[in-house]
Design a protein around this ligand. Structure first.
Ligand code: AMP
Ligand code: MG
Length: 407
């Protein structure tokens, strides 16, 4: 049997990054920058008003107060967006709005609240020191500064900064494209009536969501019956430009193991010393593309829904995120205190579903360890990892947990 660690290594080697691409800002969100971003202009780009009010020369309003207001003619009205160059003559004021360019000669802005808001003449009721309520050109960013570094995630604020700098595209590490395929003649799509012996297909939608949650794209998530020709045809029909294929089902020791039957020789089918998720496979499949045949990495997960999702967590999620340069690609792990005794099969690494109480650092194993109890996984917030050499673990003992996302 292959160890979990060894199979993690095999899978990680299969999942490789795509070369950086240049994408418009609207498509770059949540990706990782592949190059530094250097400001081509300064922010603000010009001296402008920080308030709605009046641009003045500070010395003209030095004596102004509520009791001794200073009256000035309003020579110009400057809304944001006015582009013609203006000069403030001594002894006058310009009405000015937030973000509007400061006229040459003005040294302060008096907020409208400290005036009578006049449009012909204005009564200034407070003095303003030189520089007051003026945003200076370049005080946020000076042209030539590196404002974002390669390796940073493109956050909403990073997008805002790029746009403010007039940058329309970013060089980023693209999302990997993943085809998710489930297999089983017993499966029918939710929403269709069930015949006796049939079950609703649940892996495709679950793994597609997990792939997207990990930051990758889903090319398609079809299902195929346990027929080798049907499986091969579905795979070829949906593979498109996928970087990775994930299948579920058809890899254990029974008859009608369609994935094994179709991909023997291309994929290494192994038993991994793990519970759940023992039957696994990894390799390359040859598909037809527009430029001839190509090899696509494929990871074949077992069909039991809990095995499939736990296997995705244990083997695929971290290297998938790492291939997109996402920081902290793995789930956060910590040590928690086990609330009740647990047993684990000898020689296998067990992943139980758990509920971690972050306030106390205690974790309770949640539901049975068997691989078809999806209900428990749906409400768990962590996986408990019990090492291969541990068969019995007492209440109060430390145990490793993988903290899953969500509330
Ligand atoms: P297999 O690995 O194909 O032998 O499947 C193991 C178990 O998981 C069987 O009980 C299957 O019916 C079930 N199963 C396999 N694929 C799916 C799926 N996509 N959705 C729900 N159950 C599945
Ligand atoms: Mg099956």
């Amino acid at each position: 049997m292959r160890t979990v660690t060894e199979h993690q290594r095999v899978v990680a080697e299969l999942i490789t990054a795509r070369p950086p691409v240049t994408l418009p800002l609207s498509e770059a969100e949540a990706l990782v920058l592949a190059a530094d971003v250097v400001a081509g202009l300064s922010l603000p780009g010009f001296d402008n008003s920080a308030m709605d009010g009046y641009a003045v020369r500070a010395e003209d309003v030095a004596a102004a107060s509520a009791d001794t207001p200073v009256k000035l003619p309003v020579a110009e009205d400057i809304p944001a967006g006015r582009t013609d160059p203006l000069t403030l003559k001594p002894g006058t004021a310009h009405r000015i709005m937030t973000g509007a360019p400061l006229p040459a000669g003005a040294t302060a802005v008096v907020p409208v609240e400290a005036t009578d808001a006049g449009t012909e003449t204005v009564e200034i009721r407070a003095a303003a020191a030189a520089g007051r309520h003026i945003r200076r050109a370049g005080e946020d960013v000076t042209a030539g500064t590196t404002v974002l570094r390669a390796g940073q995630v493109v956050t909403p604020a990073a997008l805002g900064l790029a746009a403010a700098l007039g940058i329309g595209e970013l060089s980023v590490r693209p999302r990997l494209r993943v085809l998710v395929m489930s297999t089983g003649t017993e499966l029918v799509a939710p929403g269709t009536p069930l015949q006796p012996g049939q079950i609703y297909e649940s892996n495709a939608v679950m793994l597609a969501a997990a792939v997207r949650e990990a930051g990758a794209d889903v090319v398609a998530a079809p299902m195929a019956g346990d027929d080798v020709d049907e499986f091969r045809a579905a795979l070829q029909a949906h593979v498109g430009d996928s970087d990775l294929i994930i299948t579920t089902g058809g890899v254990s020791a029974g008859a009608y193991e369609v994935v094994k039957d179709a991909l023997g020789g291309q994929v290494d089918f192994v038993k991994v010393a793990m519970q759940p998720g023992m039957p696994q496979g990894a390799g390359f499949v040859v598909v037809d593309g527009p430029d001839g045949q190509r090899q696509v990495p494929i990871i074949t997960l077992p069909g039991n829904p809990v095995s499939a999702l736990v296997s995705f967590e244990v083997f695929i999620r971290t290297p998938l995120r790492a291939a997109m340069d996402l920081p902290a690609p793995g789930r956060p792990q910590s040590e928690a205190v086990l609330a009740e005794r647990c047993t684990s099969p000898p020689g296998k690494r067990q992943f139980r579903r758990g509920v971690l109480d972050p306030a106390t650092g205690t974790v309770t194993s949640y539901g049975p360890p068997a691989s078809h109890h999806l209900r428990w996984l749906a409400s768990a917030n962590c996986l408990l990892e019990i090492p291969e050499d541990v068969t019995d673990i007492d209440a109060g003992a430390p145990v490793r947990v993988w903290v899953l996302g969500g509330e």
